[in-house]
Design a protein around this ligand. Structure first.
Ligand code: SAH
Ligand code: SF4
Length: 428
């Protein structure tokens, strides 16, 4: 999501004649786009700000700004705590960057952290920062109306709002015309996408279908799905379009109904299992990935075992796994003690990672012996002679280059795998 936001910010700045550079040393303005989801992410930003502060000391002219969730969460406090920062801009205030930069030019500090209920940056044509020109992200909604007890996102990103479908489709079409072959539609909870204006009602299923219809050669992905809102209708819609990728990111967070209730996730272990079964029914070849939190408030060994057993049952192809990190002012921080000792959180996380490593390997092993379509994204990191790309299931595959190039669809015979990568050769 932050990549998509950075691309919007680059577009706003282009209007006032800034150009994007990868090298902080040659920049007149350095913006750090930030995440507040876990404390660790914020600590990394602070370390980075200190490094960038040194560049600023050397090149006196450069302006340093913090944008995104950390700007929103800390507001003016960030200017006090990090004196080398000139600019603090929350996720709904990017259009005001030119004015705020003028304030900095005038010798002041620029700050705006007002959240909006309507801003979607729908009319802004993002400046693409991806390296491959094959895959790109499109933000279809902003904010979140859920209240997961551990989560800072609703307070840093504001209320949920959906973007005009015409602008989403227009952006996807432009990308396709420019040679891109895959778009990922982004939202904190894409299943609750709803457009309702001038008598037109568009659901997420409808939006997905419209983007998929742009061209069969355009792959469409989306993230994230909330288990409570993933409907059979969406799965049926996906099944109708071979170019909608067979990969669903469905974060479970915990396998224990007791924990899920405390987390305010609004589904039980059984509800989640029901959704996995629905995916298996409508999209038997889909991969399922998850987010998992270890050591949430009050989590017992039994709760933890239930997480492991659910992972095993679902056979997740991939997971993002985290230790619970208490975030200030969330429901959990103000209502529950963060009482699982650090060493226990670490041990449980390691058990979760250990199990996922096995499940990931098993999911790759199942692909061996099949011919899978791979969209080429670029040259393999390990060898110039090999290309890499992804299957519809979002698995990375590597194979000898031959005459292929990024953006090609290649039928690859998968002959081997590592825990993270499929290995094969193109079908002649
Ligand atoms: N909207 C998405 C993801 C939001 S943040 C969703 O609901 O799935 C991405 C992931 O970060 C979450 O799924 C969760 O697993 C993790 N996360 C969020 N807050 C956290 C916290 N306080 N501590 C640890 N992990 C957290
Ligand atoms: Fe956070 Fe829950 Fe919203 Fe995801 S759905 S962003 S975890 S509040």
């Amino acid at each position: 999501m932050n990549v998509a936001d950075s691309e919007v910010v680059a577009a706003v700045l282009r209007q006032c004649n800034y150009q994007h550079t990868e090298h902080p040393e040659e920049a007149d303005l350095i913006l750090v786009n930030t995440c507040s989801v876990r404390e660790h992410a914020e600590q990394r930003v602070r370390t980075r700000l200190r490094e960038l502060g040194k560049i600023k000391q050397k090149h006196g002219q450069v302006k340093l700004g913090v944008i995104g969730c950390m700007a929103e969460r800390l507001k003016g406090k960030l200017l006090e705590e990090e004196p080398m920062v000139d600019l603090v801009v929350g996720p709904d205030a990017y259009r005001l960057l030119p004015d705020l930069l003028e304030e900095v030019d005038g010798g002041g500090k620029g700050i705006n952290t007002l959240l909006s209920t309507v801003e979607t940056y729908a009319d802004i044509d993002p400046v693409r920062m991806d390296k491959n020109h094959v895959t790109s992200f499109i933000s279809v909604m902003r904010g979140c109306n859920n209240h997961c007890a551990y989560c800072v996102v609703p307070s840093t990103r504001g209320r949920e709002r959906s973007r005009d479908p015409e602008t989403v489709i227009g952006e996807a079409r432009t990308l396709f015309d420019q040679g891109y072959r895959e778009v990922t539609l982004l939202g904190q909870n894409v299943n609750s996408y709803r457009w309702n204006a001038n008598g037109e009602k568009v659901s997420f299923e409808e939006l997905l279908g419209r983007v998929a219809r742009i061209d069969p050669m355009l792959r469409v992905r989306f993230t994230t799905s909330h288990p409570r809102d993933l409907s059979d209708d969406l799965l049926k819609q996906m099944a109708l379009f071979p170019n909608i990728c067979r990969a669903i990111h469905l974060p479970v967070q915990s396998g224990s109904t007791r924990m899920l209730r405390k987390m305010k996730r609004r589904y039980t272990r059984e509800d989640y299992m029901d959704r996995v079964e629905a995916i298996r029914t409508y999209l038997p070849d889909a991969s399922i990935s998850s987010d998992i939190i270890a050591g949430f408030c009050g989590e017992t060994e039994e709760d933890h075992r239930q997480t492991l057993s659910l992972m095993e049952w679902a056979g997740f192809d991939f997971s993002f796994m985290f230790k619970y990190s208490e975030r200030p002012d969330t429901f959990a921080a103000t209502h529950y003690p963060d009482d699982v000792p650090e060493a226990v959180k670490t041990r449980r996380l390691n058990e979760i990672i250990g199990l996922q490593t096995r499940l990931s390997r098993e999911s790759k092993e199942k692909a061996v012996g099949n011919i899978l379509e791979v969209l080429v994204e670029g040259t393999s990191k390990k060898s110039e002679e090999h290309l890499f790309g992804r299957t519809s299931q979002n698995m990375v595959a590597v194979f000898p280059r031959g005459d292929h190039r990024p953006g090609d669809y290649v039928q690859v015979n998968i002959t081997a795998c590592t825990p993270a990568t499929l290995i094969g050769h193109p079908v002649p």
